[in-house]
Design a protein around this ligand. Structure first.
Ligand code: ADP
Ligand code: MG
Length: 237
């Protein structure tokens, strides 16, 4: 589904992502882990069109998407969440998701956007009541809203950035189960970024590890978590 080759991102003289290649198969959950600052969000920013790569190729369903504008990438079927949720606080929960749906459906049909919003809210377990306000959502609620916004764009591939940040242990388990449910019930392929291994390892099919912008390990969770290079990086932080 996704083939990334030789991806590089430089910010001035600093290389944030250095020659990273990987593939994602349709229907899988790929975990992408690495310490803070290792380049995970930068990879998502290139996959979703926030900024173009300095070098490299990103092929999605056979066509090159590197450097396309964000709305074009969303319309091809790649949705994302942001590590730090920044909903429009003056809009209701429903309106935030409806807006994402409106943008993501690539159509100007309000009915379609509303339908997508309702489905997405039900999927993550947020109220579909149109007047429910954003204020009052805690960390877990805001993460669910972030997911609902991404789902409302009807992605084939979902990029989930640090879905566990700020959650307690029970909420982390719930969030992990929700990502699995999104894959199992909606058939959406997922790349899931976290800086800690934790519960991610029990949900993902495969995992890839970044350190200082470079891929240092990749494989089944069991193999990666016992890889000496990975252990060194995680003990060193
Ligand atoms: P992660 O998501 O793995 O924590 P990031 O991809 O956000 O890491 O950042 C990787 C490195 O690139 C960090 O050193 C960060 O400071 C730097 N970086 C990220 N975005 C920018 C930017 N827009 N301009 C300059 N440096 C950036
Ligand atoms: Mg990040």
């Amino acid at each position: 589904m996704l083939v990334v080759e030789g991806l590089v991102k430089r910010f001035g003289g600093f290389t944030a992502v250095s020659n990273v290649s990987f593939k994602v198969d349709q229907g899988e959950i790929l975990g992408l882990i690495g310490p803070n600052g290792s380049g995970k969000s930068t990879i998502f920013n290139m996959l979703s069109g926030t900024f173009p790569p300095s070098a490299g190729s990103i092929k999605f369903e056979g066509s090159e998407i590197a450097g396309l504008a964000p709305h074009r990438i969303i319309n091809r079927g790649i949705g994302r969440t942001f590590q730090i949720p920044r909903p429009f606080r003056r809009l209701t929960i429903f309106e935030n998701v409806e807006l994402a749906g409106f943008y993501g459906q690539g159509s100007h049909s309000r009915a379609k956007a509303d339908e997508a919003a309702e489905k997405a809210l039900a999927m993550v377990g947020l109220p579909t009541d149109r007047r429910a306000p954003v204020d009052g959502l805690g960390a877990a609620g805001l993460k669910k809203l972030e997911l609902a916004k991404a789902l409302a764009t009807s992605p084939k591939l979902l990029l989930a950035d640090e879905s566990l940040g700020g959650l307690d242990e029970a909420e982390m388990d719930q969030a992990a189960d929700m990502l699995r449910k999104i894959r199992d019930e909606l058939g959406i392929t997922i790349i899931w970024v976290e800086h800690i291994m934790g519960v991610l390892m029990r949900v993902v099919d495969r995992v890839m590890v970044l350190d200082h912008g470079e891929k240092i390990s990749e494989g089944l969770p069991s193999a990666v978590s016992s890889d000496p290079k990975v252990i060194e990086v995680y003990l060193g932080t």
